[in-house]
Design a protein around this ligand. Structure first.
Ligand code: SF4
Ligand code: SF4
Length: 313
């Protein structure tokens, strides 16, 4: 159960990416990390993606895996997709080289299934030809289906400023009666006090200890394995810890192999860690191979690398 992982502080969540709708890549990620001992997987709120994860679970032979599905409110980068303005694009290839998810192809097209909305390509475009557009999920339809089909945690990314959208989606999440609701929050648009008051308002609808607060440092920034990258995640976690709320606390956003050590040094009693960019990056050379499913040596090497990270929690 996710409860015991949280209580025992062994809750390691692999973030496949709220915007990652590439079934094959999710299947390979779940397979590798399940074999490595990870028990919780964060997926896009999408039927095919949940099915791919379950297929990977079967192939891995691992039991007791738990699925979290994520949606975002308007204004949150997790629901964004890159869009290219071809009137401005000079086909320099800079965006293609900078995308860590291989979501931009040679002819400078965005593969929306792979795009996770990180915005790195837009920052690297010398022509300002890339903008980020919102692609919202139909939460009213998809979330009840996903809960009925095994999603135990429903997560809402609440970085945006659209409070009406937040209220609407949070209400739907609660009506779905998931085992846990998760609030992923950062300080991009809110002060420290604003973060706590938003959380307090949201958890007032829920029973104590049925909510996970995922303290997000800088979303999707953890692809460098440094303490500096994870600093904001630890700082955000400390603010939430100090508020003494009846919630479980996990750390995300800029998380990597240094997160556990830094949080422990800072006296943060986290219940779990969620790692996305770094966890995906370290296994990418293996899972992106064409012979991944037939090459046992490659699979084993990927699992070994993933295991080193999972065990660092
Ligand atoms: S970086 Fe900008 S100009 Fe260069 S290929 Fe990409 S979209 Fe076009
Ligand atoms: S760099 Fe990020 S936003 Fe741009 S295409 Fe790749 S995943 Fe999408």
């Amino acid at each position: 159960m996710p409860d015991s992982l949280l209580e025992q502080r062994t809750f390691f969540k692999l973030v496949c990416g709220a915007g990652n709708e590439d079934s094959e890549s999710v299947k390979r990620l779940v397979y590798v990390y399940a074999k490595a001992g990870c028990k919780v997987f964060d997926l896009s709120a999408n039927k095919e993606i949940l099915n791919s994860a379950k297929e990977a679970q079967k192939l891995s032979g691992m039991e007791d895996l738990h699925y979290c599905v994520s949606v975002g409110i308007k204004g949150d980068p997790h629901i964004n997709k890159a869009q290219i303005n071809y009137d401005k694009c000079v086909k320099c290839g800079s965006c293609l080289k900078s995308c860590q998810n291989d979501a931009i192809t040679d002819y400078i097209k965005v593969n929306e299934l792979k795009c996770i909305g990180c915005g790195i390509c837009a920052k690297n475009c010398p022509q300002n030809a890339i903008s980020m557009i919102e692609k919202d999920a139909d939460v009213k339809t998809i979330l009840p289906y996903l809960v009925d089909n095994g999603a135990e945690i429903l997560e809402l990314h609440v970085t945006g400023q659209d409070v009406n959208d937040l209220d609407y989606k949070w209400k739907i999440i609660n009506e779905c009666k998931p085992k846990f609701a998760s609030i992923c929050i950062d300080r991009e648009n809110l002060s420290n006090k604003g973060v706590i008051s938003r959380i307090k308002e949201m958890i007032s609808l829920r029973e104590p200890y049925t909510t996970i607060i995922q303290a997000d440092g800088i979303p999707m920034s953890g692809s460098d394995d440094s303490y500096k990258t994870t600093l904001q995640a630890a700082a955000m976690a400390e603010i939430i810890q100090n508020a003494n709320l009846p919630v479980y606390l996990t750390v995300s956003g800029g998380t990597n192999s240094k997160t556990a050590e830094l949080c422990k040094l800072c006296g943060i009693n986290y219940n779990g860690i969620a790692i996305g960019s770094w966890a995906r990056k370290i296994v990418k050379p293996y899972i992106s191979r064409q012979d991944f499913w037939t090459n046992k040596t490659i699979q084993q090497e990927a699992v070994k690398i993933a295991k080193d990270l999972v065990e660092k929690i």
